[in-house]
Write a protein of this length. Structure first.
Length: 390
């Protein structure tokens, strides 16, 4: 098996571009025709931004856990330093850019655009905003860049992830899955007992998203026995499984799809828990096919798609900044479809530059800072994995 699973990079790249498309979709007030096309048909995939974030969490758990199963895990301090450099430094660059763009181009609310769009960039920049963004504090539904909320959970979970792996490497898949469910259940209990404020809701949401990381780690742990079982499936069963995974992934989400008919009276937090687990199930199936289906793998290994995966984090961070700046600058000059097309190309171009000038140097800085901290542990994690799964 390849040391680097590049198909997963490609999945991340496609997910990032779908987040961009979702934000374009949310710019325009909806109508019945657009809802039918983009919310209740296979075209739902193109705006599956919320699902993409859950996929990111599962993929993070998968990739971050691999060194523990290959006996190449680093020390806790080394891991944390690398994660800070990997996630926080490009994020901080983006915050500086978005603050500059907001101050230069924001012109107040625009008529003809959605309430979602007009709710952003309205808050003035003050010391409280700067502190919250610098420290990833507060409720952190950022008024500057709507994608930032997921980084709060990513950083929190990264802090405890090595501790989680001390447990996960010793559990079979059934106990590991029970552990992941336990995190969601604890989050529900805390929410129910405390009825927290928005800040508290963010904390219990972190508990729920921790479960997605654990599922990703379990998927990495059992990737070889899963591949062996996958090879025994018939073609018909694979097709049914893939279609079922896509349906589960796309159509049970808190903002779109059939959830309105399934549980309209359930509070938003409980919907998020239920839906994130449904999306996780679909994401697991998609990842399994990405790694084991020759047809799907060939598609994902296309050079352009794979390169999109390499710049996916930069694209995820910067695209809203480009989108909002383009709209405020050009809404009286170009038709919206031209603004969207320009946003797509400019976002990709800036992401390439950001990847090479900000993201890769940040990763290298993490490696340099931790070069003397790296610790290899004694091999003991792989024994019995296939036996446990079977």
């Amino acid at each position: 098996m390849k040391n680097r699973l590049e198909e997963l990079d490609s999945l991340r790249g496609l997910a990032a571009i779908f987040v961009l498309f979702l934000h374009m979709y949310l710019m325009v007030p909806g109508n019945k025709f657009s809802k039918i096309i983009f919310e209740y048909s296979p075209f739902r995939l193109l705006i599956s931004g919320g699902e993409s974030v859950v996929l990111f969490f599962v993929l993070s758990g998968f990739v971050l856990s691999l060194p523990y199963f290959n006996n190449k895990q680093s020390s806790y301090l080394s891991f944390i330093v690398k994660r800070i450099c990997r996630i926080y430094l490009p994020y901080l660059f983006t915050v500086i850019v978005v603050i500059g763009c907001r101050e230069l181009f924001y012109k107040g609310q625009l008529k003809g655009y959605s309430e979602w769009f007009n709710s952003y960039w309205v808050s003035p920049i003050n010391m409280e905003v700067l502190k919250d963004h610098a420290l990833l504090m507060g409720t952190f539904l950022s008024n500057l860049d709507p994608v930032i909320w997921s980084l709060l959970h990513e950083m929190r979970i990264s802090i405890i992830f090595p501790l989680l792996m001390l447990v996960i490497v010793r559990l079979d898949w059934k106990k590991g899955l029970a552990l992941s469910l336990l995190f969601s259940i604890i989050g529900i209990i805390v929410y129910q007992l405390s009825k927290p404020s928005n800040t508290g809701t963010e904390l219990v949401a972190t508990l729920n998203y921790t479960a997605m990381f654990i599922v990703g780690a379990l998927l990495a742990k059992y990737r070889i026995p899963i591949a062996n079982k996958f090879s025994l499936l018939t073609k018909t069963f694979k097709i049914i499984l893939f279609v079922s995974g896509l349906i589960t992934y796309l159509f049970i989400h808190p903002s779109f799809g059939i959830k309105r008919f399934l549980y309209p009276q359930i509070s938003p937090f409980y919907r998020t828990v239920i839906d994130s687990w449904a999306v996780t199930g679909g994401a697991v199936i998609i990842i399994i096919f990405a790694l084991n289906s020759s047809l799907f793998s060939r598609l994902l290994m296309n050079y352009l798609i794979n390169y999109l995966g390499k710049i996916s984090y930069s694209l995820y961070l910067i695209h809203v900044v480009v989108l909002f700046t383009a709209v405020y600058s050009l809404h009286n000059i170009l038709p919206l479809w031209c603004v969207f097309l320009l946003t797509l190309f400019v976002s990709l171009a800036i992401s390439v530059g950001m990847y090479h000038l900000i993201e890769r140097p940040s990763i290298q800085l993490g490696k340099t800072l931790t070069s003397n901290l790296f610790i290899r542990s004694k091999p003991h994690f792989n024994n019995g994995i296939e036996k446990e799964f079977n």
